[in-house]
Design a protein. Structure first.
Length: 262
């Protein structure tokens, strides 16, 4: 769900071989990674490779299939086809479609509905489409005990990552945003996810894709219910965060803004 013009990338991009499928942020995608490794040397175009991974309810097609007069999201909703360019940004978008098909379909439906209601893309997205794009590009989902959620939403980084560190054994951070996955090809400490805060807490279930999709309510999303989370702070996501001093970086682990008193 990316702006076709704003995110156009003409520079050479790394291929699938640049992905470390053992990286914790790729854990939900490892089974697909095995298929990709087997296909990657066959010289397939990006849409063809993604289609070979299975049926996610959408077909991947070349970017040229998108009519110049039609919005990207509207085209997907109408045709069931996802225009896909020949670089990793779109490849990772397809990867997320394959793993979280119901979530992606719900995001697409909400985008297409909002575009139709507005009579077209328009000069600005508006609050709902802004939130949908943010989640689709840079979003993540946190399955965690309530204490971790509370610390995250209050940006109590020492409590979240140091005092409550043992609780992370009961937690899982799922990266949904394909632009976020692209950034993590070259991990850097400042990389920050927008963690979706659902209307109600999620159960720890196998079919989490359906649970996430069912939580994507338009009115709730319009309020941009996200919490920033520097992902390399997650225990196990980089070796350096084993040291408490890793979190003593106010440029990355920023305190919550205090409301101004007039």
């Amino acid at each position: 769900m990316d702006n076709r013009e704003a995110t156009a990338r003409d520079r050479p991009a790394p291929g699938w071989s640049s992905l470390d499928w053992q990286a914790p942020w790729l854990q939900p995608y490892r089974a697909l990674g095995l298929q990709i490794r087997a296909l990657d040397g066959q010289g397939l175009a990006m849409p063809d490779l993604l289609n070979r991974l299975g049926d996610c309810g959408r077909r991947f097609v070349p970017q040229s299939a998108l009519p110049a007069s039609e919005a990207y999201e509207s085209f997907i909703a109408r045709s069931g086809c996802v225009p896909t360019r020949e670089h990793m940004h779109d490849g990772l978008n397809g990867l997320v479609w394959q793993r979280f098909a119901r979530t992606k379909a719900r995001l697409n439906a909400l985008q297409a509905q909002a575009i139709a209601q507005a009579g077209g893309v328009g000069a600005s997205r508006g609050p709902l489409r802004d939130a949908l794009t943010l989640f689709d590009e840079n979003g993540a989902v946190l399955l965690a005990p309530a204490a971790l959620w509370q610390a995250l939403q209050q940006r109590q980084w020492q409590r979240l990552f140091v005092e409550l560190r043992p609780l992370w054994q009961q937690a899982q951070l799922l990266v949904i945003g394909h632009a976020l996955l692209e950034k993590l090809i070259s991990p850097r400490k400042p990389i920050t996810a927008h963690v979706f805060c659902p209307p109600q807490s999620w159960p720890m279930v196998d079919n989490i894709d359906a649970v996430i999709a069912d939580s994507l309510d338009a009115a709730h999303l319009a309020g941009k219910p996200f919490a920033p989370l520097p992902v390399l702070g997650v225990p196990g996501w980089c070796q350096e965060n084993q040291h408490v001093s890793f979190y003593d970086d106010p440029d990355v682990f920023r305190s919550a803004r205090r409301p101004q008193i007039s």
